[in-house]
Design a protein around this ligand. Structure first.
Ligand code: HEC
Length: 261
C-alpha cells in the first residue's frame, strides 16, 4: 500500500508540476481539488485493473477446474459455454465481492463496468469457439488449458479495448510471456515466500500515460498436474515441470490501462 500510494502521489505531483510549473508555490483551493480528483481517478482505475486481472484469472481457474483428468490424454472435453459463464460469475463474486449480474449497482466508474462486461464477452467467445464441432475447423490444435484460454481472451480484449492484459512468469514456458523490466521486479517480489498473498503492485507512469498493475497467481491442485513435481519431468503436453508446490506463486497477470479512455 505504501509503495502504491507512493506511486500515485508521485504521479499527482509530477502531473501537477508539469501543468503548473513556474507558477507560485502556493496551491489555490481549486488546484488542490483538481489533484484530489486526479487521485480519485487513479484509485478507481487501479480498482478496475485489479478486477480485470481477477476476472481473467477466474476464467483461467474455471478452465483449470474443468480440464479432463491427466490420464485422459488428448481428450477434447471442454466446459460448455453456459456452465463456464455460471462458474465464472460465481468464482469472480467469491474472489472480488462484485456481482457481475448486478454490475449496474457496483461501486465502479462506467469505464470499469464497460471493460468488465467486455472481458466476460470475450471469455465466453473463446470457450464457444473451442467447442468441438464437426462443422467448423478448430481455431488451432492447442488444447484449451488455462494459459491458452488466457492468451486468447487477453488478445481479443486488448484489440477491442486498448487495455493490455498479459500472463507472465519469471521463467515462462512461452517466450511471448516473458516479463519486461518492470514486470520482472514485481514477479521477483511475488516470488518471496513472505510476500503478502494477493497484494497487487501498481504504478502510474507519466511517460506511458498508463496505470500498470501486477496481480499474483497461485497454484491450486490441478495446476500441479503440469507445473508441479517431479521437477524436470515432462508433463502431459511435453513441457518440463517447474516443481511448484501447492499455493505457491506461479506468475502474474499484468494489466496496462491508459489513463484516458
Ligand atoms: C495441462 C497442463 C497445464 C495446467 C493444468 C496448467 N498449466 Fe500453466 N501452462 C501450461 C503450458 C503448456 C503453458 C504455456 C502455454 C503457451 O504456450 O502459451 C502454461 C503457461 C502458464 C503461465 C504463463 C507463463 C508461461 O509459463 O508461459 C502461467 C502464469 C501459468 N501457466 C500458471 C498456471 C496456473 C496458476 C495453473 C493452475 C490454475 C496452470 N498454469 C495450469 C500448462 C498447464
Amino acid at each position: 500500500m505504501t509503495r502504491r500510494l507512493g506511486w500515485i502521489l508521485t504521479f499527482v505531483l509530477v502531473s501537477t508540476e508539469l501543468e503548473w510549473g513556474g507558477y507560485d508555490a502556493v496551491w489555490p483551493k481549486d488546484r488542490l481539488a483538481q489533484s484530489s480528483a486526479e487521485l480519485q481517478q487513479i484509485v478507481d482505475l487501479e480498482n478496475t485493473a485489479r478486477l480485470l486481472a481477477i476476472l481473467l484469472d477466474s476464467g483461467r481457474s474455471v478452465i483449470n477446474e474443468n480440464l479432463p483428468p491427466p490420464e485422459s490424454l488428448g481428450q477434447t472435453l471442454i466446459v460448455p459455454p453456459d456452465l463456464f459463464e455460471r462458474q465464472l460469475i460465481e468464482m469472480f463474486l467469491s474472489r472480488s465481492g462484485t456481482d457481475l449480474h448486478d454490475l449496474d449497482h457496483a461501486k465502479l466508474p462506467a469505464r470499469g463496468k464497460r471493460l468488465l462486461r467486455e472481458l466476460i464477452a470475450v471469455s465466453k467467445e473463446v470457450v464457444v469457439e473451442a467447442q468441438p464441432s464437426r462443422s467448423r475447423a478448430p481455431v488451432d490444435d492447442k488444447e484449451l488449458i488455462p494459459a491458452v484460454f488466457g492468451a486468447r481472451a487477453a488478445a481479443r480484449f486488448s484489440n477491442r479495448t486498448g487495455v493490455r492484459l498479459k500472463q507472465t512468469a519469471l521463467a515462462p514456458r512461452n517466450p511471448a510471456n516473458a516479463p519486461d523490466s518492470s514486470e520482472r521486479l514485481a514477479l521477483e517480489a511475488f516470488a518471496d515466500s513472505n510476500y503478502p498473498r494477493e497484494k497487487v503492485i501498481s504504478e502510474v507512469t507519466v511517460k506511458s500515460d498508463s496505470l500498470r498493475l501486477m496481480y499474483p497467481l497461485y497454484t491450486t491442485r490441478h495446476c500441479l498436474d503440469c507445473h508441479g513435481d517431479p521437477k524436470g519431468e515432462r508433463d502431459r503436453l511435453g513441457y518440463p515441470r517447474e516443481g511448484l508446490k501447492l499455493g505457491q506463486n506461479a506468475g502474474a497477470i499484468s494489466v496496462m490501462i491508459p489513463l484516458k479512455p
